[in-house]
Design a protein around this ligand. Structure first.
Ligand SMILES: *Cc1c(COP(=O)(O)O)cnc(C)c1O
Length: 386
């Protein structure tokens, strides 16, 4: 089976991890710090705080923006469930903003409309979490303008977008957001095995993220309530978790980060190959707006239901039968039983639901060969014409 995504591990990666195993510190130590510094440097943000997953980083991000019981948080229905769950962990009320039918990211016009409505009702969101679907970027400039006029904070869920940029500005620079979150799960653009990171330019948010990651415990005199002249003294000043990344994981992430630019180039080249091989088929491709360099974590197509006899379920089945591990990103979050129990229902976000009836992610990873791409394109042609 050709999977839809997979990691590449080099001898350098292995050596880098082994070096940590031979050292004295294997949990959070100097390599975590080096990884964080390298990430911040790469993205041109002031701070990067690593976590044991992007899910933990999203949870910490919501907490750092003071999300609490009853606060409103909005995200996109077309995302991994973690984009919404993070707000619920903090006791927030979640709601969704429908997607743009061309970019598959949060629609700015739908956001504007919903904000106007919410303003009249007095239930404006405290935080909005746009999701850079597949590595394509949301219109962050427009979202930032709205955040100022309606007074909400912004967390970019950039789990798919490590290495993406807009007009030369790197995703993660937090130019138009308060916090940006990356994932280093093995299917994502670079991996640390499991892992994630939250980037910010605010030193206040940076301190809150660090406290949240480690039990709310500080060893920094300036943060302490009681100051003691004792090198063993520490204080718990808030409630936190154990969400730390280990040096073992960070060593893999640090080594992979060196190849991120190369990966983005390869993914963009693969996307171009797909584009030209698929252009005669009854499908639509994701619109990547001018100025955006997508990280192409995913290569998503939508079938044209007017021209294709098979429904999407059958197309997905036929592709899997041919040994092609196609997938769907994503089943709309609001249709998941857990969210349906909160009151969401079919019809709430029509563009997202329509997308789900047409979308398919084709295999996309840096080591995918041109022969494999041609094979996949051929099989897709057959699956659509049967
Ligand atoms: C993968 C992913 C996450 C969660 O990442 P983990 O590192 O696995 O916790 C969150 N949001 C999106 C959009 C993702 O794709």
């Amino acid at each position: 089976m050709i999977p839809y995504g997979k990691q590449e591990i080099t001898e350098d990666d292995i050596t880098s991890v082994i070096n940590v195993l031979r050292s004295d510190l294997i949990t959070q130590g100097p390599v975590v710090e080096e990884f964080e510094n390298s990430l911040a440097h790469y993205c041109k943000s002031r701070f990067a705080v690593s976590f044991n997953s992007a899910t933990s980083a999203l949870h910490a991000a919501c907490s750092a923006l003071n999300i609490g019981h009853g606060d409103m948080v909005w995200t996109s229905p077309i995302s991994f469930v973690a984009s919404a769950n993070c707000a619920i962990y903090c006791g927030a009320v979640i709601d969704f903003v429908d997607i743009d039918p061309q970019t598959y990211c949060m629609s700015v016009s739908a956001l504007k409309f919903k904000l106007e409505e919410a303003k009249t009702l007095g239930i404006l969101p405290k935080v909005v979490i746009p999701v850079h679907l597949g590595g394509n970027l949301c219109d962050m400039e427009a979202i930032a303008i709205l955040s100022k006029s309606y007074g909400f904070k912004v967390i970019e869920d950039a789990s798919h977008a490590t290495g993406a940029s807009f007009d030369g500005v790197q995703t993660g620079s937090c130019t138009h957001s308060d916090i940006t979150v990356f994932s280093f799960h093995p299917v994502k653009n670079i991996t640390s095995g499991e892992g994630g990171s939250a980037l910010t330019n605010s030193s206040d948010i940076n301190s809150k993220l660090k406290l949240f990651r480690s039990h709310g415990i500080t060893r920094d005199q300036n943060e302490m309530v009681n100051k003691k002249d004792d090198p063993c003294y520490y204080e718990q000043i808030s409630l936190g978790y154990n969400y730390r990344l280990s040096d073992i994981h960070a060593a893999l992430g640090l080594s992979q980060l060196k190849r991120l630019n190369e990966y983005i180039e390869k993914r963009n080249r693969i996307a171009k190959n797909y584009d030209s091989l698929l252009k005669h088929l009854p499908i639509t491709l994701q619109n990547i707006p001018a100025g955006t360099i997508s990280a192409f974590h995913l290569y998503i197509i939508r079938i044209d239901r007017n021209k294709v006899k098979n429904d999407i379920g059958l197309v997905r089945k036929l592709m899997r039968k041919s040994g092609i591990g196609v997938n769907v990103h994503y089943i709309p979050i609001h249709l998941q039983p857990f969210y349906a129990n909160l009151g969401f229902k079919s019809g709430d976000f029509p563009e997202s639901e329509k997308y789900y009836m047409e979308a398919l992610s084709l295999p996309m990873y840096p080591t995918l060969t041109i022969e494999q791409i041609e094979y996949i394109a051929g099989k897709l042609g057959q699956a659509l014409s049967q």
